[in-house]
Design a binder for this molecule. Structure first.
Ligand code: PLP
Length: 362
């Protein structure tokens, strides 16, 4: 009997491992596992979301016109070259589907965000990992892995789960070293959290080069992860390609309305930035003070390295027993690490108390 068979590559995909949001038997959990903002979305975004309730029988604007206009104005981008997606995951998947397939290579850095590998494998392309230097993307290593089969290079900047970033000059050196037909995708999901003078999210690079795309998300600082909203800023030809491939109504109306309201509430974004600017260093220093290696991060999370995988597992399990959810990173080949998101003050203190207690005991 011949059964329906998926395309080559699909069954090689190891499904994405997400963070937990609940613990059996614990009512009041502390979720530090998915790099969500602890401050939630702007109250105006919640109101805008609710306002969509009266028209749920209508299709949304298939071009996300207002949302793209506000994005264009706020970020100094050409709105006609913005393509929105159901999360930046969707635009990343569209890029991979559009530009690669069996026989092609998709390049990323070894501890880069795992979705690149997952989507590339799913379309039958080969995901190629370049080595890193101290958990940071290495431009020379990436360039040395480029072959005539390479179609796309993905760089999360800053990177999840390591928290490291490439400065502007290095990013430009990466782009300049690539053949013109290779598309460089700068995934700037955490750009709003970065406060470094030598950092760029990549907008001006998209404006300058026909082979650079930048992706962004509303899931992090804007606090709209549940609504699934992201966007790509593209060269005109790439925007045209993505618009042919995407679903005609891929952004639902509540997400479009909430997205606009979230962008316009710049005060809320600033408050979230200020919260992170205070608690990211606190978390890093506190973890370091406990004898762990807290890798320097410019995002809203810290990669905490334990002496070995067994100790990381034990800490994860202990924290879970206290209702504190962190992220295990075995799927990133970092089994001796946990990733911990910056939370509210009381959550950070609860984490520090519980982890301190556990490390003292063990
Ligand atoms: C680097 C990076 N890119 C993209 C995403 C996907 O975000 P979303 O699909 O929610 O926009 C994430 C989510 O964790 C991320 O860490």
């Amino acid at each position: 009997m011949s059964l329906p068979k998926p395309r080559p590559g699909v069954m090689s995909v190891a499904p994405y491992v997400g963070g937990l949001h609940s613990v059996d038997g614990v009512e009041d959990v502390i979720v530090l596992a998915s790099n969500e903002t602890p401050l939630g979305p702007s109250p105006n975004a919640i109101k805008a979301y609710q306002s969509a309730a009266h028209a749920l029988h209508r299709y949304p604007d298939g071009h996300a016109t207002e949302l793209r206009s506000v994005l264009g104005r706020q970020f100094g981008c050409d709105k006609d070259r913005i393509v929105c997606g159901a999360g930046s995951d969707e635009v990343i998947q569209l890029l991979i589907r559009a530009y690669s397939g069996p026989g092609d290579e998709v390049l990323y850095s070894r501890h880069g965000f795992s979705i690149y590998r997952i989507f590339a494998t799913g379309v039958g392309a080969t995901a190629v990992a370049a080595p890193e230097k101290v958990l940071t993307a290495d431009v020379d290593a990436l360039l040395s892995k480029v072959t005539e089969r390479t179609r796309l290079v993905f760089l999360a900047n800053p990177n999840n789960p390591t928290g490291s970033y490439l400065p502007t000059e290095e990013l430009q050196r990466l782009r300049d070293g690539l053949p013109e037909h290779v598309l460089l995708v700068i995934d700037a999901a955490y750009a709003e959290y970065v406060n470094r003078n030598d950092y760029t999210a990549g907008i001006e690079m998209v404006d300058r080069h026909a082979n650079v795309v930048m992706t962004r998300t509303f899931s992090k600082i804007y606090g709209l992860a549940a609504l699934r909203l992201g966007w790509a800023y593209c060269p005109a030809a790439v925007a045209d390609v993505l618009n042919r491939l995407r679903g005609p109504f891929n952004i639902n109306e509540p997400a479009q309305l909430a997205g606009v309201a979230a962008l316009e509430d710049t005060k809320h974004v600033q408050e979230s930035q200020a919260h992170n600017a205070k608690w990211l260093p606190w978390l890093t220093t506190t973890l370091g003070g406990m004898g762990l290696t807290a890798h320097p991060s410019v995002g809203n999370f810290v990669l905490a390295q334990f002496p070995d995988a067994h100790k990381a597992d034990a800490a994860y399990t202990f924290l879970l027993s206290r209702g504190i959810i962190t992220r295990k990173l075995g799927s990133y080949d970092l089994p001796d690490c946990l990733r911990i998101t910056v939370g509210l003050e009381r959550e950070m203190r609860a984490l520090a108390d519980a982890l301190g207690e556990h490390l003292e005991r063990s």
